[in-house]
Design a protein around this ligand. Sequence first.
Ligand code: TC6
Length: 701
Amino acid sequence: MKGQVLCEKRTASDGSCVAVLTMDNKPVNALSAGVRVGLEKQLQELTADSSVKAAVLSGGPGVFCGGADISEFATGVEGPSLTDIIAAIENSEKPVVAAIDGVSLGGGYEVALGCHWRLASSRAQAGLPEVNLGILPGAGGTQRLPRLIGAEKSVDFICRGTPMKAQKAVQLGLYDQLVDGDYSSLLQAAVEFAAKAAGQDLTLRRLGRGKAKAAELSQKRQEYAKSRKGELAPQAIISCVEAAVAQDFQDAMKVEFSEFCKLMVGPQAQALQYMFFAQRQCQKVPGLDKAAAPGTCGIVGAGLMGSGIAMCCAENGIKVVLLDIDQKNLDRGMTAIKKNYARSVERKSKSQAQVDGLLASITPSTSYDSLGHCDIVVEAVFENMDLKRKIFAELDRVCKPGCVLASNTSGLNIDSIAEATKRPQDVVGCHFFSPANVMPLLENVRGPRTAPQVMAKAMAFGAKLKKVTCLVGNCPGFIANRVMNVSGWTHLIQGGLLPHQIDAAAEAFGMRMGPTRMMDLVGLDLFGRERERKGEQDPDRVVFDAMYKASRFGQKSGKGYYSYDASRRHSRDPEAEALIQQVWKNLGVQPREMSQEEIIDVLYLPVVNEGFKCLEEGMALRASDIDVCCVFGYNWPRYTGGPMKWGFSLGLDQVLAKVEKMGLKPSELLKEGAQKKWRINSKEFNAGVASAWNSRWTSKL
Ligand code: TC6
């Protein structure tokens, strides 16, 4: 059984004996069966040992508790329930004081709520992030918290799921007291506090009684239906908090239990818990050693992307040389950075002193020679192979040996870029998503000649930037762009559906923005001009071409597939729809109605098929890596688990049948999976994927 609880007896200054119970389950003291059994046993001993007057509950230095053990959810939870343990703490006749250093999250904070007092160090954080796992704080959290801080504040705290730092948490009443100093000062203070509390009547310190103060929560329902659209957990949480207001503790706990069970067995919880592990797993690449993160980063190109990467580096302690050979561009880039930070000061998310520090760590330059001392250089100019090759030849000339030479290309061949240097082993892709200082994903692209230690440095770079970093193979579009670009949007828009029909289905599926609105946001002009220049004729782009020819470039020109008002709100536009209808007429297509499910199948089953192709080609290491790329790079709805998890949940035989019916060439791996009825965690499937990856890459490790 994983985890234990240690007990040490301490003597307080008044001579009384206090038991210090320490949860011990590295790295985050998750409440695995071993910890729960340990707590149960230690609480029994606390009651039985008359020499002990009170107890302090801690998690040791640096972390109190990261909550229930999420890995147990899939395999089944055994041993005493957390709800019973917390009740035993709360009902103890001897005071139990939580000494919180580091995070107290989920079940960890619920344990703290069961304690009679909560003392915290300045490093402490309180959070009930279960909503992000598709569940709710089901060990009494939805009941004790409203009785502590009120129903409305509880709904916000639980539905947002964001941890709160110690000082704010004390102000909100989540902790009782802040203790200055390190863990040993906290522990000492908690021992003294517990000793003083010994013998007191604890009734009023027990949150598990009575009702929470009356509150009206219908507005909160609407608010979270909007801000957490499509998610089931927030509404269930509000039902539990309503029960806290309306019912006595024991009855309201039954509501919490019932809502918790419904969520736990549902597809959203399973998908979100899968995502929790997928996000962490993608950063682990078998065979790569650990590498030191770069201290200084050069960035070539001070446009939107370059300046975003510069801010991202500066904010994570990496010094930056921002280079643009055009002084005007460089000034424009620096001005954009300064404006962005001025807004942060206005919004009070950063202090002026912090901003001054960040700006001081970015050195603008127009000379390549200033990149000589950089540990990594990221080229972030527009997508032109000749230009990129020229830049890499320059980098080869000026950069020190061992410097990682990275391109932020979103799809050009890394190997062709590497050929422009005498050190192709040092060349890698670092594909940021725009805006680079906001979007969480970094795809690190491995070229056929990239050396393993260079990949390792690129992974360390991503970790230092706090990006969700995924290693992908060198193929057109890499992973996120490649799989998302095959969506069946063209098929729909040229097949009789209007933009609002397609977008409504995608948004109801959970996409933050339908694909047509997304195209309007990105703009049609750049791509259109490029097509014009190359004289491309593509039967799949006739609607696009009609929009482009009519100068309907999207949001930036006030009209695209939709029209836009001054606040960039979109509405259907008869002129745009007439252009689309003319295309249908030319193609002999009739307007159509399709169900949401049919639209989603046409849009996204090709994405699943392409994902399988990436796996069979060894371009992605795991199915879950593809899901991570789509969720964090394209805002694919997290609660479906990403396209691969979604595809598996539909059943691979169903996916295959529909892909074939659409006339697409199915992936061989998908065919095998459909025939063998693989699940996403099937050993045979994962072994096949790993072998495709290894045959492409392992020989180079
Ligand atoms: C709950 O409590 C429900 C209660 C209701 C009644 C039952 N369980 O993130 P990191 C692992 S639900 C199992 O890289 P950090 C993680 O997978 C829970 N494992 O580190 C990773 O393993 P790996 C509510 C967990 O320092 C390792 O620990 N709680 C858990 O950047 C390190 O994690 C949450 O949702 C867990 N609860 O961040 C909190 N937590 O090394 C979830 C972590 O094998 N956790 N692991 O890859 C977090 O937010 C963060 O992990 C952190 C630490 C802030 C605790």
